[in-house]
Design a protein around this ligand. Structure first.
Ligand SMILES: [Zn+2]
Length: 333
């Protein structure tokens, strides 16, 4: 944003130019403040110092990230702090747009530079309105299965699809800060799907170094905790997971370990025998993957205690951080 603001304009055009500018600033500032205040209010004591991840708003709106402008401008300023060696006064480095969207930024020069991570936000908020489309059968190698499902929800109606998209966006921000190239299978930008076979194909075609499919479970009340689902060794029809079983387990174990640490949630008390790990051969998204991939069920939406966590923006940020740190650990070896 330029400092040549409306106050310097001649009286004539002043009125017409001031309108939009005032609206833009009015819209931006409260959003940034709310994001920051929420972060301050919920800031966990063991936050790891990564205060740039301030997207703790619970709106789930695309780029909700009041964090994105904040961290973007912070990133833009970093070079300028030592940039006086170009002979220009420091203020000149502030003349450009200060708030590019996070997705417009080039990959940061972090440890994951050159790495591709595909995030699969499970389900799609629009699946509920497209029963015929999502019930169509697709081949998953071992058998035929529905294209996609609606996913579950909390008893109060907070849907799994909303949850997964929100965690996915938080996760994207964290991974981009590490320098990774991040792709989504869907970003709330299509009316339904994609089907599970396409979800797998997106990771394969991207030659992803790691893929994580984000979910929350719909089990009985009293069933609590998270679990990571690993691909079984499957060699049937179009499915051949033999090459990805070992690296996927490595990825999944690292995600589980970091998820425990960052969220404080316990491994599932109803799947996986307390390990937080499960192995399945009936999921098309895993069967058809040719790159390391896991699912994570972050908690049980039908349990009131788990639901209280899953509906908390602060907790979702911790969940995203746990998953991110697991991926970073896997990719750095
Ligand atoms: Zn799901």
């Amino acid at each position: 944003m330029s400092y040549v603001g409306p106050d310097f304009d001649p009286p004539g055009p002043r009125r017409s130019r001031r309108g939009p500018m005032t609206v833009a600033v009015a819209a931006l500032v409260p959003g940034a403040l709310v994001g920051w205040l929420v972060w301050q209010a919920v800031g966990d004591s063991g936050g790891g110092g990564s205060t740039s991840a301030t997207s703790t708003t619970s709106s789930g709106a695309p780029g909700a990230s009041s964090a994105a402008p904040g961290s973007a401008s912070a990133a833009a300023r970093t070079p300028s702090a030592s940039g006086t060696d170009d002979g220009k006064p420091p203020s000149s480095t502030f003349s450009g747009p200060a708030t590019p969207a996070a997705s417009d930024l080039p990959a940061a020069a972090g440890p994951l530079k050159g790495k591709v991570v595909v995030i699969d936000p499970g389900h799609n908020p629009g699946n509920f309105q497209h029963s015929a489309d999502i019930n169509r059968k697709v081949n998953i190698g071992t058998n035929w299965k529905e294209c996609d499902t609606t996913g579950t929800s909390t008893n109060a109606g907070y849907t799994e699809a909303r949850f997964t998209l929100d965690v996915a966006r938080r996760l994207r921000t964290l991974l981009q800060q590490e320098g990774a190239t991040v792709k989504f299978t869907q970003d709330g930008d299509r009316s339904w799907g994609p089907c599970v076979d396409e979800r797998a194909r997106i990771g394969n075609d991207a030659h992803a170094d790691a893929v994580v499919s984000i979910h929350a479970d719909g089990s009985a009340a009293g069933n609590r905790g998270f679990h990571v689902i690993l691909p079984a060794s499957v060699h049937s029809g179009g499915a051949d997971t033999r090459a990805i079983v070992a690296p996927s387990r490595d990825l999944g174990e690292r995600i589980a370990g970091n998820f425990v640490r960052d969220t404080g949630s316990a491994p599932s008390n109803y799947v996986g025998g307390g390990t937080g790990l499960d192995v399945r051969s009936d999921l098309g998204g895993l069967n058809l993957s040719t790159v390391p991939k896991v699912f994570i069920e972050c908690g049980n939406m039908r349990d009131s205690k788990d639901a209280a966590l899953l509906t908390s923006g602060a907790w979702r940020q911790k969940a995203a951080r746990g998953i991110s740190e697991g991926i970073v650990s896997f990719l750095r070896g």
